[in-house]
Design a protein around this ligand. Structure first.
Ligand SMILES: [Zn+2]
Length: 242
Protein backbone atom coordinates (compact mmCIF):
# COMPACT_ATOMS: atom_id res chain seq x y z
CA UNK A 1 0.00 0.00 0.00
CA UNK A 2 1.34 3.37 -0.95
CA UNK A 3 1.51 6.31 1.40
CA UNK A 4 0.49 9.51 -0.22
CA UNK A 5 2.13 12.84 0.39
CA UNK A 6 0.16 15.67 1.97
CA UNK A 7 -2.11 17.88 -0.09
CA UNK A 8 -0.28 19.96 -2.63
CA UNK A 9 -1.40 22.38 -5.25
CA UNK A 10 -3.03 20.69 -8.23
CA UNK A 11 -0.45 19.61 -10.74
CA UNK A 12 -2.30 20.56 -13.90
CA UNK A 13 -5.68 21.36 -15.31
CA UNK A 14 -6.74 17.76 -15.93
CA UNK A 15 -9.03 18.03 -12.95
CA UNK A 16 -11.87 20.41 -12.69
CA UNK A 17 -12.24 23.35 -10.53
CA UNK A 18 -13.95 24.30 -7.42
CA UNK A 19 -13.68 27.94 -6.59
CA UNK A 20 -13.57 28.32 -2.83
CA UNK A 21 -13.07 32.07 -2.89
CA UNK A 22 -9.30 31.72 -2.53
CA UNK A 23 -8.77 30.56 -6.06
CA UNK A 24 -9.44 27.63 -8.30
CA UNK A 25 -8.69 24.12 -7.17
CA UNK A 26 -9.01 20.81 -8.94
CA UNK A 27 -10.45 17.69 -7.44
CA UNK A 28 -10.74 13.95 -7.73
CA UNK A 29 -12.92 12.46 -5.02
CA UNK A 30 -13.61 8.89 -3.94
CA UNK A 31 -16.92 8.11 -2.19
CA UNK A 32 -17.04 4.93 -0.11
CA UNK A 33 -19.91 3.27 1.69
CA UNK A 34 -22.36 0.39 1.73
CA UNK A 35 -25.07 0.24 -0.93
CA UNK A 36 -27.88 2.52 0.22
CA UNK A 37 -25.65 5.10 1.95
CA UNK A 38 -26.50 7.69 -0.68
CA UNK A 39 -23.21 7.63 -2.60
CA UNK A 40 -25.04 8.20 -5.88
CA UNK A 41 -26.99 11.15 -4.48
CA UNK A 42 -23.84 12.72 -3.02
CA UNK A 43 -21.87 12.06 -6.22
CA UNK A 44 -24.52 13.90 -8.25
CA UNK A 45 -24.63 16.79 -5.76
CA UNK A 46 -20.82 17.12 -5.78
CA UNK A 47 -20.67 16.84 -9.58
CA UNK A 48 -23.16 19.68 -9.89
CA UNK A 49 -21.47 21.83 -7.24
CA UNK A 50 -17.83 21.25 -8.19
CA UNK A 51 -18.12 20.61 -11.94
CA UNK A 52 -16.89 17.03 -11.65
CA UNK A 53 -17.67 14.02 -13.82
CA UNK A 54 -19.62 11.32 -11.99
CA UNK A 55 -17.98 7.90 -12.33
CA UNK A 56 -20.48 5.14 -11.53
CA UNK A 57 -19.51 1.68 -12.69
CA UNK A 58 -22.98 0.44 -11.72
CA UNK A 59 -24.57 2.89 -14.21
CA UNK A 60 -21.97 2.14 -16.91
CA UNK A 61 -22.42 -1.62 -16.58
CA UNK A 62 -26.23 -1.60 -16.43
CA UNK A 63 -26.27 0.63 -19.47
CA UNK A 64 -24.00 -1.81 -21.34
CA UNK A 65 -26.18 -4.75 -20.28
CA UNK A 66 -29.16 -2.82 -21.69
CA UNK A 67 -27.30 -2.34 -24.98
CA UNK A 68 -26.34 -6.05 -25.02
CA UNK A 69 -22.72 -5.08 -25.71
CA UNK A 70 -19.69 -7.34 -25.21
CA UNK A 71 -18.84 -5.50 -22.00
CA UNK A 72 -22.46 -5.87 -20.84
CA UNK A 73 -22.24 -9.59 -21.51
CA UNK A 74 -18.97 -9.84 -19.54
CA UNK A 75 -20.36 -8.19 -16.39
CA UNK A 76 -23.92 -9.46 -16.36
CA UNK A 77 -23.36 -12.58 -14.21
CA UNK A 78 -21.42 -10.64 -11.59
CA UNK A 79 -24.04 -7.91 -11.27
CA UNK A 80 -27.04 -10.24 -11.23
CA UNK A 81 -25.46 -12.22 -8.38
CA UNK A 82 -24.42 -9.07 -6.50
CA UNK A 83 -20.75 -10.09 -6.86
CA UNK A 84 -17.90 -7.66 -7.47
CA UNK A 85 -16.70 -7.24 -11.05
CA UNK A 86 -13.01 -8.34 -11.26
CA UNK A 87 -10.35 -5.65 -10.72
CA UNK A 88 -8.84 -5.95 -14.22
CA UNK A 89 -12.20 -5.42 -15.88
CA UNK A 90 -13.03 -2.38 -13.72
CA UNK A 91 -9.63 -0.86 -14.43
CA UNK A 92 -9.97 -1.45 -18.19
CA UNK A 93 -13.37 0.24 -18.12
CA UNK A 94 -11.95 3.22 -16.21
CA UNK A 95 -9.05 3.62 -18.65
CA UNK A 96 -11.20 3.28 -21.76
CA UNK A 97 -14.08 5.44 -20.63
CA UNK A 98 -12.24 8.26 -18.95
CA UNK A 99 -8.96 8.48 -20.88
CA UNK A 100 -10.08 11.66 -22.67
CA UNK A 101 -11.92 13.10 -19.66
CA UNK A 102 -10.60 16.55 -18.83
CA UNK A 103 -12.72 17.20 -15.76
CA UNK A 104 -12.05 16.03 -12.23
CA UNK A 105 -13.84 12.83 -11.21
CA UNK A 106 -16.12 11.90 -8.36
CA UNK A 107 -15.96 8.13 -8.00
CA UNK A 108 -19.09 6.52 -6.67
CA UNK A 109 -18.41 3.12 -5.14
CA UNK A 110 -14.96 2.81 -6.65
CA UNK A 111 -12.35 1.65 -5.68
CA UNK A 112 -13.71 -1.57 -4.20
CA UNK A 113 -10.38 -3.01 -3.04
CA UNK A 114 -6.98 -1.73 -1.94
CA UNK A 115 -5.59 -3.14 -5.21
CA UNK A 116 -8.07 -0.96 -7.13
CA UNK A 117 -7.11 1.99 -4.91
CA UNK A 118 -3.45 1.49 -5.88
CA UNK A 119 -4.45 1.18 -9.55
CA UNK A 120 -6.44 4.39 -9.26
CA UNK A 121 -3.45 6.26 -7.81
CA UNK A 122 -1.21 4.98 -10.59
CA UNK A 123 -3.73 5.91 -13.27
CA UNK A 124 -4.29 9.40 -11.83
CA UNK A 125 -0.57 10.02 -11.57
CA UNK A 126 -0.13 8.91 -15.21
CA UNK A 127 -2.51 11.79 -15.98
CA UNK A 128 -0.38 14.18 -13.87
CA UNK A 129 -3.22 14.18 -11.42
CA UNK A 130 -3.96 12.75 -8.00
CA UNK A 131 -6.70 11.99 -5.50
CA UNK A 132 -7.92 15.02 -3.54
CA UNK A 133 -10.01 13.29 -0.89
CA UNK A 134 -11.66 10.02 0.11
CA UNK A 135 -15.02 10.25 1.86
CA UNK A 136 -16.76 7.37 3.64
CA UNK A 137 -20.52 7.56 4.21
CA UNK A 138 -21.42 5.49 7.26
CA UNK A 139 -24.74 3.79 7.99
CA UNK A 140 -25.64 0.54 9.79
CA UNK A 141 -26.14 -2.67 7.81
CA UNK A 142 -29.81 -2.78 8.88
CA UNK A 143 -30.35 0.74 7.57
CA UNK A 144 -28.43 -0.10 4.37
CA UNK A 145 -30.70 -3.09 3.69
CA UNK A 146 -33.84 -1.04 4.39
CA UNK A 147 -32.68 1.69 2.00
CA UNK A 148 -31.57 -0.75 -0.70
CA UNK A 149 -35.06 -2.28 -0.65
CA UNK A 150 -36.57 1.15 -1.23
CA UNK A 151 -34.45 2.02 -4.23
CA UNK A 152 -36.25 2.64 -7.54
CA UNK A 153 -34.65 3.48 -10.87
CA UNK A 154 -36.36 5.37 -13.71
CA UNK A 155 -36.55 3.30 -16.88
CA UNK A 156 -36.70 6.49 -18.91
CA UNK A 157 -33.75 8.57 -17.70
CA UNK A 158 -31.96 6.45 -15.10
CA UNK A 159 -32.71 8.82 -12.20
CA UNK A 160 -32.66 7.11 -8.80
CA UNK A 161 -35.36 7.52 -6.16
CA UNK A 162 -35.90 5.87 -2.82
CA UNK A 163 -39.24 5.13 -1.21
CA UNK A 164 -37.50 5.50 2.19
CA UNK A 165 -35.18 8.47 1.76
CA UNK A 166 -36.13 10.22 -1.49
CA UNK A 167 -39.66 9.35 -2.64
CA UNK A 168 -40.92 10.72 -5.96
CA UNK A 169 -43.81 13.18 -5.84
CA UNK A 170 -46.10 10.59 -7.48
CA UNK A 171 -45.73 6.95 -6.55
CA UNK A 172 -43.63 4.99 -9.10
CA UNK A 173 -43.41 7.96 -11.52
CA UNK A 174 -40.15 9.77 -12.24
CA UNK A 175 -40.19 13.45 -11.16
CA UNK A 176 -37.81 14.35 -13.98
CA UNK A 177 -39.18 12.63 -17.08
CA UNK A 178 -42.46 10.99 -16.04
CA UNK A 179 -41.04 7.53 -16.81
CA UNK A 180 -41.95 4.42 -14.79
CA UNK A 181 -39.83 3.60 -11.72
CA UNK A 182 -38.75 0.05 -11.07
CA UNK A 183 -36.50 -2.09 -8.90
CA UNK A 184 -33.15 -2.65 -10.54
CA UNK A 185 -32.38 -6.29 -11.22
CA UNK A 186 -29.55 -6.41 -8.68
CA UNK A 187 -31.84 -4.95 -6.01
CA UNK A 188 -33.55 -8.30 -5.37
CA UNK A 189 -33.24 -9.25 -1.65
CA UNK A 190 -30.62 -12.00 -1.95
CA UNK A 191 -28.38 -10.00 -4.31
CA UNK A 192 -28.80 -7.02 -1.97
CA UNK A 193 -27.68 -8.98 1.07
CA UNK A 194 -24.73 -10.33 -0.92
CA UNK A 195 -23.78 -6.85 -2.02
CA UNK A 196 -24.02 -5.41 1.46
CA UNK A 197 -21.91 -8.19 2.96
CA UNK A 198 -19.31 -8.11 0.20
CA UNK A 199 -19.14 -4.30 0.35
CA UNK A 200 -18.64 -4.48 4.10
CA UNK A 201 -15.72 -6.89 3.65
CA UNK A 202 -14.23 -4.63 0.96
CA UNK A 203 -14.95 -1.24 2.51
CA UNK A 204 -13.30 -1.87 5.88
CA UNK A 205 -9.76 -2.35 4.44
CA UNK A 206 -10.27 0.69 2.19
CA UNK A 207 -11.21 2.85 5.16
CA UNK A 208 -7.99 1.70 6.84
CA UNK A 209 -6.13 2.43 3.58
CA UNK A 210 -7.41 6.00 3.35
CA UNK A 211 -7.76 6.80 7.06
CA UNK A 212 -4.03 7.41 7.44
CA UNK A 213 -4.18 10.43 5.17
CA UNK A 214 -5.31 13.93 6.14
CA UNK A 215 -7.71 14.06 3.23
CA UNK A 216 -10.07 11.40 4.55
CA UNK A 217 -13.51 12.11 6.02
CA UNK A 218 -16.10 9.84 7.61
CA UNK A 219 -19.63 11.25 7.53
CA UNK A 220 -22.80 10.02 9.19
CA UNK A 221 -24.77 8.92 6.12
CA UNK A 222 -28.01 8.66 8.11
CA UNK A 223 -28.35 12.46 8.09
CA UNK A 224 -30.52 14.15 5.44
CA UNK A 225 -28.68 14.25 2.05
CA UNK A 226 -28.26 18.05 2.10
CA UNK A 227 -26.59 17.91 5.53
CA UNK A 228 -24.19 15.25 4.24
CA UNK A 229 -23.35 17.37 1.17
CA UNK A 230 -22.78 20.46 3.34
CA UNK A 231 -20.47 18.49 5.65
CA UNK A 232 -18.44 17.20 2.66
CA UNK A 233 -18.15 20.66 1.10
CA UNK A 234 -17.09 22.15 4.43
CA UNK A 235 -14.41 19.47 4.73
CA UNK A 236 -13.14 19.99 1.18
CA UNK A 237 -12.87 23.69 1.94
CA UNK A 238 -10.54 23.02 4.89
CA UNK A 239 -7.99 20.91 3.00
CA UNK A 240 -4.52 22.34 3.29
CA UNK A 241 -3.13 23.90 0.18
CA UNK A 242 -6.57 24.59 -1.27
ZN1 LIG B 1 -36.88 9.66 -15.47
Amino acid sequence: MKQRAGIKKPLCALEVLYNNGKGIIYMNIVLLGLPGTGKGTQARALSAKLGLTHVSFGDIYWNEIGKKSILGHEVTDYLRAGKPVPDWLVLNTLKERFAAEKKGLVMDGFPRSTEQADDLETWLSSRSSRLTAAIALKISETEALKRAEGRRVCRGCGAIFNTVTMPPAKENICDLCGGPLQLREDDNPSAMRNRIMSHKDQTEPLIVYYRGSADFLEVDGAQPPQAVTDRILAFLGTLKGL
